[in-house]
Design a protein around this ligand. Sequence first.
Ligand SMILES: NC(=O)c1ccc[n+]([C@@H]2O[C@H](COP(=O)([O-])OP(=O)(O)OC[C@H]3O[C@@H](n4cnc5c(N)ncnc54)[C@H](O)[C@@H]3O)[C@@H](O)[C@H]2O)c1
Length: 253
Amino acid sequence: MLLNGKVAIVTGGGSGIGMASARALGREGASVAIFDRDAQSAKQIADELAAQGCEALALGIDVSCEDDVGAGIAKTLAKFGKIDILQNNAGIAVRHPVTEEDEANWDKCMAVNLKSVFLCSKHAIPHMLNPGGSIVNMASVTGIVGVRNRSAYSASKGAIVALTRNMALDYARFQIRVNCVCPGFTRTPLIKGLLADPEKERRLVATHPLGRLGTPEDVANAIVFLASDLSSWITGQALVVDGGFGVGAYEDI
Ligand SMILES: NC(=O)c1ccc[n+]([C@@H]2O[C@H](COP(=O)([O-])OP(=O)(O)OC[C@H]3O[C@@H](n4cnc5c(N)ncnc54)[C@H](O)[C@@H]3O)[C@@H](O)[C@H]2O)c1
């Protein structure tokens, strides 16, 4: 097992990619604290992990709220005594061009997707300094290439790529590695609106050269790699996990 004895926090671990990576980290031997604003979903996955012999903690937390985050880190330390891995995964999708975006939506997207990475890292890192650890931030391929109608969302994800590089440099001397993953379109509740229309789904699949959308497990595998010592000399990187979506124009022109 790659993560025996490690303690991991997964934000947004109650659904989708976070749920798959909580399972994958647990399977590799980590104890897992799940921070999710949906306390019920967090508890469900924690119970499932516990039933498989993995130590797990479920906390109903809004990761865009500093008081909640501080309390969550304190409870994690009280239960597990340390933090080795922080997976900043929680996020929401907002889909408008700038002229159709409203200020409240923009602010919410920035708070949940981006400010949460700042808050969770701010409160976890002081407990990771000795002997170090791994932070895996959730960006998106939309933080690397343009995708229409994603103004606030892609801005939040592009900022996560930049923040990842900054944090990697700031904490390298403490042996804390900081990387991010940039998934393409992945089958989770986040994109259920897009998948509800079969024609839209067909067009979406066609934009991924490998011929399918991602599964949460495709992304979780990359997260386990970045969380574990398999990536021990990798920091500050954005690992694109997207079936080729962001490589370039795929139409035969
Ligand atoms: N699904 C995709 O196509 C895709 C692609 C690229 C990146 N991502 C990113 O992956 C991450 C996970 O998305 P997903 O697709 O699994 O979505 P999801 O909706 O299935 O899961 C998101 C989880 O985050 C939780 N959450 C939302 N706001 C929160 C808050 N304020 N505090 C705590 N928890 C909160 C939700 O309750 C939910 O459990 C997001 O950051 C998303 O932007 C997803």
